[in-house]
Ligand binder design. Structure first.
Ligand code: SF4
Length: 221
């Protein structure tokens, strides 16, 4: 845990890409560093930029309610993002920003955390963590085997489920059966049951059909 805290402290001083010049602060992570559940979003928004913690704005509050619906408290998870600095004008982070930030920070975070379950919220997180170009609406709710390097240079496998980002749910609030909200409630209940050991995933897939490294692979910068 000390190694993770030391990494987080160094992360707060990062100026390695252009995003740092346009934001108030580096938003590193929140939650339990011993958690077996890690939740990864795209990047901080304006509320997170002011507060310094991820998932505290309207989308974060909705995420809290989604977790609660499945009996998971926010404090039981470790929350972070693909990039740690707010991108200007609500744009998505660029490929080189994602590559730089994940190499310096997210991958070392995951190496120290060694979570059992990772929830990848939204396109950017799902596409980076699975190395795919497929959109999250196509692959959400499925379990994938996700392999990572650990802090000792070995590897470990986590179960990874892509889910819709709560910001997407705020833009698409329909509650109809089969709509984004009802699918998300189904997904989080499934994820929580697997996390608690109440069930095994019915099927765990390898990486989805993809170009090597997906949108964020080498040579894409
Ligand atoms: S987005 Fe990541 S790589 Fe870029 S300055 Fe912020 S912490 Fe550093």
């Amino acid at each position: 845990m000390a190694a993770l805290r030391e990494l987080e402290l160094r992360n707060k001083g990062c100026v390695a890409c252009r995003l740092r010049a346009g934001c108030a602060r580096v938003v590193v992570a929140d939650g339990d560093p011993r958690a077996s559940l890690v939740i990864v979003g795209e990047g901080p928004g304006s509320e997170e930029d002011l507060d310094g913690r991820p998932f505290v704005g309207p989308a974060g509050q909705l995420l809290d309610r989604i977790l609660e619906a499945a009996g998971v408290r926010r404090e039981e998870a470790y929350l972070t993002n693909i990039v740690k600095c707010r991108a200007p004008h609500h744009r998505s982070p660029r490929v080189d920003e994602v590559q730089t930030c994940t190499r310096l920070w997210l991958e070392p975070q995951l190496a120290r955390l060694r979570p059992r379950v990772i929830l990848a919220l939204g396109n950017t997180a799902a596409q980076f963590l699975l190395g795919t170009e497929q959109g999250v609406t196509r692959i959400r709710g499925q379990w994938f085997r996700s392999r990572h390097v650990d802090a000792e240079g070995g590897t470990y496998e986590a179960l990874l489920m892509p889910m819709l980002h709560p910001a997407y749910l705020l833009r698409n609030p329909a509650r109809a059966l089969g709509g984004p909200k009802s699918l998300t409630w189904r997904d989080i209940r499934e994820a929580a049951a697997v996390l608690r050991g109440e069930k095994e995933p019915a099927a765990v897939r390898g990486l989805p059909e993809a170009v090597p490294g997906g949108l964020f692979g080498p040579g894409e910068a």
